[in-house]
Design a protein around this ligand. Structure first.
Ligand code: ZN
Ligand code: ZN
Length: 235
């Protein structure tokens, strides 16, 4: 009740501002209901890797790859597709450090987690960046997302559990074959893992190789349940 009052007063004092159509919004969220409905939602994901499947597929279906080879994680949750306004918001966040866009993307991810009845993990681990990349970009976008998700869902986050020991080339600039070699051995544990159920947090999932590499590392170090929450899946 008190929270509702605080929310109402805050939304009067600081109305939201839709980051898509640039109109004022009634609530505090920077997205109006009309634009929210138009976002590219990942409505038919593979149950395991969240790859978008044809609209005709049954809920809970697996993609061909997940049917044929087991993944080192249990499930990826990716509420959006990496296209249209989601791609635009993500680029504003990642490359121009528009933190309002990052906050909105985190909120979309939290909405999806809250709407699901998936078990909550003991720990969130953001995909680490190599120190040279952090110096270049100024921040780790996965860490920013994890921090907001941690605050809203009340799950601890540990950004120092894993480090990136190889300054890998951006996966998007490589061929399919080069990508696997690029990411292999790129991460190392920095300390003992004190959690059984761990969720990896990232902004966008493309091939899934980064998340697979981290999941295998976590499994070797004692994690029993591993999943991943990402804002968007590239089809
Ligand atoms: Zn709007
Ligand atoms: Zn799959």
């Amino acid at each position: 009740m008190v929270n509702n009052w605080v929310d109402n007063i805050q939304s009067l004092l600081f109305p939201g501002f839709c980051l898509v159509c640039r109109r004022k919004t009634a609530g505090r969220r920077d997205l109006c209901p009309g634009c929210a409905a138009q976002l590219p939602h990942n409505d038919h994901p593979c149950r395991c890797c969240a790859l978008p499947l044809p609209e005709t597929s049954q809920p809970g279906s697996l993609c061909g790859r997940c049917q044929n080879s087991p993944r080192p994680y249990e499930r990826v949750t990716a509420p959006c597709l990496y296209q249209g306004e989601i791609q635009r918001l993500h680029q504003a966040f990642k490359f121009n450090r528009k933190l309002a866009a990052g906050r909105l993307l985190s909120e979309l991810l939290c909405d999806a987690i809250e709407a699901s009845n998936l078990p909550r993990p003991d720990l969130l681990i953001p995909v680490p960046l190599h120190p040279s990349r952090i110096r270049q970009r100024g921040f780790n976008q996965a860490m920013e997302l994890a921090r907001i998700v941690s605050g809203r869902l009340d799950i601890p986050v540990d950004q120092f559990c894993i480090r990136r020991r190889k300054a890998t080339a951006p996966q998007s600039e490589l061929t399919k074959r080069e990508r696997a070699g690029n990411i292999r051995g790129a991460f190392a544990m920095q300390k003992q893992l004190m959690a059984e159920h761990v969720t990896i947090i990232d902004d966008v999932m493309t091939t899934g190789l980064t998340i697979e590499e981290i999941a295998m590392l976590l499994r070797r170090h004692g994690a029993r349940h591993i999943d991943a929450w990402v804002v968007a899946r590239r089809p």
